[in-house]
Design a protein. Sequence first.
Length: 447
Amino acid sequence: MKKIITILICLTTGFNLFSQSLPQNQTFNYSIAECINYAYEHQNTVLNANLDIKSAEYRVKETIGIGLPQISGQATFTDYLKLPTTLLPGEFFNQPGTFIPVKFGVNYNSNLALNASQILFSGSYLIGLKAAKTYKELSNRNYTRSRIDVNVNVTKAYYQVLVSNEQVRLLDANINQLKQQLDQTTAQNKQGFVEKIDVDRITVQYNNLVTDRENTVRLLALNYQLLKFQMGMPIEYNLTLVDKLADIKFDETIATYTTDTTFYRNRIEYGLQETQKNLYALDIKNRISQYYPSLTANGSVASAYQNNSFGQLFNSYFPSSYVGLTLNLPVFTGFQRSNQIKQAKITYQKSQNDLTDLKNSLNLQASQANVTYINGLQTLNNQKKSQELAREVLRVSKIKYQQGVGSSIEVTQAQTALEDADNQYIQGLYDALVSKVDLERAYGRIK
């Protein structure tokens, strides 16, 4: 019995450990800032950009390694199945005018060598060090750009969920008040105060609203999945949003944006283009440096083993060693380097032109974002007023209908107008939120 109990305890413990190792449906209550930070740590585009930085660091070390001593070992073994034959002049053997075949060498040969070299001066190597560091800077800027892209995508997806929630709230309010009106009109119809067609009109509106709500709820679930996708979060995780629409402040005074005439330097795209231009400049210097001589120190330590008996091959050896310098002086290469330098200079000039075009493009983009944002705010404010006005018209229409001085058609039209105003308000709200993000990005305010 004790053995059975022990086995059951072990099985239970093992099952609990196994179940804990399985992925669980975790729940997260996140603000927009927390969603962005989560994306920085889990979104694959950011993770890959960070890996590119590490790769660039290794590339810098690789370039540095070229200037460090290069040491290599070599071992050879040769078994002459037939010794090579050399023809010697017959004069050595008192046989002028003839050649005597003579075999030189031994059956077994082996050589062990240790070679070393060290760059003493190389213009290309010095330029390569600068280029490697600039390449690392380019990787860092790409990493920053990926973080900015993720920030923008997560923010817009977060706003989309908030707007969808607001849309569901407005639909619920309309459905509740329309349900009360439907119940009241149905009761009046039974009492003979209103016609059946009035009940039918309200029923049609009510059913349409219920359908719209069901569709919106399904889209809301999809928007949650889109947000989790932008964050790099597994779809099966549960996510609830902490921030509310009321927490988002629209800054209608954007003077601090428009007065900054050097904002384009805050844009990561401009920094990337500048870094690329610097790489092109280094490429010109590298090609020019190839005209300079290079100096390398080298040396070797070797041992040669020879014997006709394999068993006695390593009994005796013949050492050798040397040190020396190698000077490489380019003289004439058929004007190849000259033409390569001219091509590199053209590429550099093109990069300067691209940088100027990018500056103008960023200025235009900021102007467009500025206008879009102002228009979005004005449209949103107008939609709010229209929404309040439509709600008031519906209230008055109901009162007139209940007092017998209005018709059910007026109430139906007022209800339809309110629904249209709500839809336009939702669209205006989302457009304003998106234009706010685009404005911040256009002026380089997203870091």
